[in-house]
Design a protein around this ligand. Structure first.
Ligand code: BV8
Ligand code: ZN
Length: 245
């Protein structure tokens, strides 16, 4: 399938050693077989986010929320990083100032080797106690019984950021700082509707960055992007790196 060729400006910027910010959403894991949220067949089809991705939903019915996340853990455990994750991981090895800010909680960027990264919406593979506040890695593919309990007796929650909850302060501040200094910002696989993550490309544009959207579909960001490469990230990103090699 032919894809749009990157502009000479984008190829030149990729070859430079100037600061680069990459922002990703669920679309970057699509080619790993993980459902996105807002597309047809996505996670929000038939499931109201207010029922499974808010603190109120969890207080009302922790087991129902845990079933939603446990299903995603099972799917995530079966998935592997795809060429998009690997291309992004290779971008941080160029020695330029680099940050990956992901909205994804599936852990595939980490498994592809990304290190210079922040998780804006937490992790599917971490749990937090609603009682004593302890938080730790828990990579069991399936948790039984649900909801799991802490040694202190309180129930555990997924350590993800739900609607109405603040993003991890340090992670978001790091992403904002890079948005302000980046000369290039790649926005990959996000519908750009969830704030404050969706404000990062706007901040990068305002600071004069060249903002490139990589997504098969248009989003609210598309009209403002410096360049749009319409296509699947697993094909577009490797081709982009090859063009800039
Ligand atoms: C906050 C949990 C304040 C983790 C998620 C009214 C009431 C309440 C809140 C609000 C409101 N109005 C606005 C808000 C704020 C709200 C918000 O923005 N709502 C939107 C929906 C209107 N934001 C919040 O509540 C945030 N917190 O504001 O707190 C505050 C401040 C201080 C103190 C206290 C409180 C919290 C936001 C995080 C919410 N958590 N999920 C999880 O379960 O994963 S959101 C959910 O959407 C995911 O986290 C996901 O990361 C995020 C964004 O979705 P995308 O990743 O973009 O995925 P999507 O399916 O939408 O799009 C996929 C894209 O990929 C598509 O464009 C598709 O075309 C493309 N694609 C498909 N295939 C490919 C591809 N691209 C490339 N290659 C492919 N192959
Ligand atoms: Zn506890």
């Amino acid at each position: 399938m032919s894809h749009p060729a990157p502009s000479p400006r984008l190829v030149a910027l990729l070859r430079e050693r100037t600061p680069l910010l990459v922002l990703t959403g669920a679309g970057v894991s699509r080619e790993s077989g993980i459902a996105t949220f807002r597309e047809a067949g996505g996670l929000w089809e038939g499931v109201d986010p207010a029922e499974v991705a808010t603190p109120e939903a969890f207080a009302r019915d922790p087991r129902r929320v845990w079933c939603f996340y446990d299903a995603r853990r099972r799917q995530g455990a079966q998935a592997s990083p795809n060429p998009a994750h690997r291309a992004i991981a290779s971008l941080e090895e160029t020695g330029r100032p680099f940050l990956l800010a992901t909205q994804n909680v599936d852990g595939l960027h980490e498994r592809a080797g990304s290190r210079a990264m922040v998780r804006l919406h937490g992790s599917l593979w971490r749990v937090r106690c609603t009682g004593c506040g302890d938080e730790w890695e828990d990579d069991r593919p399936a948790i039984d019984p649900l909801p799991p309990a802490c040694a202190c007796g309180a129930i555990l929650r997924p350590a993800v950021v739900w609607f109405g909850e603040a993003l991890p302060q340090q992670a978001f501040a790091q992403a904002q700082a890079m948005a302000r200094r980046a000369s290039l910002c790649l926005v990959v696989g996000t519908s750009a509707v969830v704030y404050p993550a969706a404000a990062l490309p706007e901040a990068a544009l305002a600071a004069g960055a060249y903002v490139v959207e990589i997504n098969p579909e248009p989003t609210p960001l598309s009209p403002f992007a410096s360049e749009v490469l319409a296509g699947p990230a697993g094909e577009i990103l490797p081709a982009l790196l090859e063009a800039a090699a």
